[in-house]
Ligand binder design. Structure first.
Ligand code: PLP
Length: 445
């Protein structure tokens, strides 16, 4: 490692607490440079960023249009509090509402995804006068207290007691159906169960259903055809709002502008963050229907932080969206997504430890198993990495930075990726899986 990188490493280990980590077990890489889909570590090794960092860097590293927008705004005005009009905020709100169904009217800006979801819940509760929120077990909605309370996955229990009033239901996880059924014979039992739970909970007490439109960090579950449409129908029947968490699936990730554009639905509230500005500066958004927005014409909106809708963040989002439009990046994500899916499915056939390949756009998960027949996970769910450590290592050794967790390999490259970069990366992933398979076979045989 070069001396500057070494110094940074030593200071980090001495003074920095890293998120979601047992500090004593960490040896994080020092990253010194990023460009396009690549970044470089302190030893000069290059990695293709197949996690887009935390699935937020949709336009890759150091996109010139976003940097230019940030610089221009910083020169004009770095900060103006949320109670004033910031031109970048006004223009961004107009732009985002333009991308949403005609029923949408206004945006509330936040500093990230977690507080976008918390504020969506406050808004839904204030609008309906009801309290309960329905979320799914295999879901993640953020790590602040309110957002982790909405989350269903194992990141919540260690910080309980959580906020009350959250009701959880099972997910459309076809590979391991909670009801032991197979699509289409199941007749969407997972959606019908949501209705049953809501009836038992009493719809007069339920403000909203809050779902990721496509589950992200719990395994990229693309719901079966008709599921989201049925959920919307149930919400309408029972007088409950539908909130789509688009924090991870928004802005091209799934080959469409929003994840919910893959379905024939119109949510009432959409939360966004990450890809809205490729995460260059913290920003989140709660977009609400005109009907919901009207509630706050007469009554107080009890929401807001000092940095809500920071002018530089909003300007960076405008630069990001301009680049998405000018460079036709949604179209690119859709076209590269098809190529990605075909390539991953081939890899899935070749490598016996790959149990399931789920991919929509540039959003994919390889679910790794010990045995394709029994579907026994390669490493225990919510347990130590076990044999999956070989997969993480082999990917890095082959220049691929992916997000590996439990028995899942998440692959979500920046949506700027081109054919040559994608094909080269697929070859590297193939090689990594081959090397990992040999190491795993030695370990578990
Ligand atoms: N919602 C979803 C679906 C997410 O994936 C995440 C983060 O990964 C969040 C919310 C929380 O966003 P943030 O980390 O910006 O608070």
């Amino acid at each position: 490692m070069n001396p500057q990188a070494q110094e940074a490493y030593d200071l980090d280990r001495k003074y920095v607490l890293h998120s979601w980590s047992v500090q004593g077990k960490l040896s994080p890489k020092v990253i010194t440079r990023g460009e396009g889909i690549f970044f470089w570590d302190g030893d000069g090794n290059r990695y293709a960023d197949f996690a887009s960092q935390l699935v937020n860097l949709n336009l890759g590293h150091n996109h010139p249009k976003i940097i230019e927008a940030i610089k221009k705004q910083a020169d004009e005005m770095c900060f103006i509090a949320p109670q004033f009009v910031a031109p970048s905020r006004s223009r961004l709100a107009e732009k985002l509402i333009g991308y949403l169904p005609d029923t949408f009217g206004k945006c509330f800006f936040t500093v990230g995804g977690a507080d976008a979801n918390e504020n969506a819940v406050k808004i839904a509760r204030a609008h309906t006068g009801k309290q309960k929120i329905v979320t799914r077990y295999r879901s993640y909605h953020g790590a602040t207290y309110g957002a982790i309370s909405l989350t269903g996955d194992p990141r919540r229990p260690p910080v309980e007691p959580a906020l009350p009033g959250i009701v959880r239901v099972f997910d459309p996880y076809c590979y391991r159906c909670s009801f032991g059924l197979t699509y289409p014979e199941c007749r969407l039992q997972c959606a019908e169960n949501v209705r049953e739970v809501m009836l038992y909970e009493n719809p007069d007490t339920i403000a909203a259903v809050l779902f990721e439109s496509i589950t992200g960090s719990n395994g990229v579950f693309v719901p079966p055809p008709g599921y989201m449409e049925r959920i919307e129908e149930i919400c309408r029947e029972l007088g409950v709002l539908l909130i789509c968490d688009e924090v991870m699936t928004g802005f091209g990730r799934t080959g469409k502008l929003f994840g919910f554009h893959n379905f024939d639905i119109t949510p009432d509230i959409v939360t966004m963050a990450k890809g809205v500005n490729s995460g260059y500066i913290p920003l989140g958004v709660v977009a609400v229907s005109s009907e919901i927005a009207k509630t706050f014409d007469e009554s107080m909106l009890y929401c807001g932080l000092t940095y809500s809708g920071h002018p530089i963040s909003c300007a960076s989002a405008l630069g990001n969206l301009e680049a998405i439009e000018e460079e036709k990046l949604i179209e690119n994500a859709a076209a590269m997504g098809e190529r990605f899916k075909a390539g991953l499915e081939k890899l899935g056939e070749r490598h016996g430890y790959v149990g399931d390949v789920r991919c929509i756009g540039l959003f994919a998960c390889l679910e790794m198993v010990r045995d394709r027949e029994t579907r026994d996970p390669l490493s225990p769910w919510n347990g130590p990495p076990g044999p999956m450590a070989h997969v993480s290592k082999a990917l890095l050794d082959n220049g691929i930075s992916a997000f590996v967790r439990w028995n899942f390999v998440f692959l979500a490259p920046p949506i700027i990726i081109d054919e040559a970069e994608l094909d080269d990366s697929l070859t590297r992933i193939d090689k990594a899986l081959e090397q990992a398979s040999q190491a795993i076979a030695r370990e578990i045989s």
